[in-house]
Design a protein around this ligand. Sequence first.
Ligand code: NAD
Length: 285
Amino acid sequence: MSTTTDIPLIELNSGQRIPQLGFGTFQIEPSETAALVSHALSVGYRHIDTAQMYGNEAGVGAAIRESSIDRDEIFVTTKLNNSFHEPGAARAAFERSLMEMGLGYVDLFLIHWPLPTVPETDYLETWKTLEEFAADGRARSIGVSNFQVDHLERLDRAGTTTPAVNQIELHPRFLNREVDEYGKHNGIPTEAWSPLGQGELLDDPVVTGLADELDRTAAQVVLRWQLQRGNIVFPKSANEARIEENFDVFGFDLSDAQIGSLDALDRGADGRIGPHPDHFDMIPD
Ligand code: NAD
């Protein structure tokens, strides 16, 4: 079984170090969140990914506060909901996240979606507001999610802080190459969301074949592929045994040929599961 010290740490442009493997909480019921995050912490995870949109920040914060682990040994990320891009709303929403979690700071705060087609929002202005949270120390690092290359280039041209990460959809059926490669060449590590393709690719014969060959599970093979490609990942599961399984991914390696066989599952744009960031304009009530 892997332990916390097996997890590689990736240095961010803030100087902070993020554990490459974490625990994702999308679609985890608010009522179950504290218990599942506590379980993840007891297994050895030290990185938790949540969002205002998930409605479960309170449970994440409770588990962190109630654990016996020092706060500075846990890396917690949350994200600005789409309704709060306007600077005043973003300041209030960030404050609410800290209150909900009962924490004095978050390790990483992200713009969840760029919303380029929503006339009332401008992600560049939103980004400048996040810079305030980094400056006052309440967000140790700031980053973005679902940003396309042109969005990142616009931040760069404006001379703003380089995002500490870009959290994007990426799994063997959707390599999201252009965005991933832009980040890797410009000092913006990729966080791969839906690293297991939401579980859909786990019965692909290439994946199950490698799992048999390596005497590992399909999920472990895909997570190993993600880690060896340099991506930061936080698989989600509401099942304690799977939370443990997804953590136990440090005792083996994929060969270059095995990595290549998973790369070959890429379906390009057809492999995308989630919404396209250029068009996604969902504003929750
Ligand atoms: P995922 O790829 O982590 O897949 C989760 C699903 O895979 C589970 O619900 C379960 O059905 C299955 N699964 C998990 N472990 C398994 C195992 N060991 N064996 C068999 N099946 C298993 O999908 P996700 O939750 O969408 O993504 C992970 C995290 O990424 C989220 O929890 C969230 O934190 C983040 N995320 C971010 C965005 C964004 O827009 N920034 C979008 C989606 C997800």
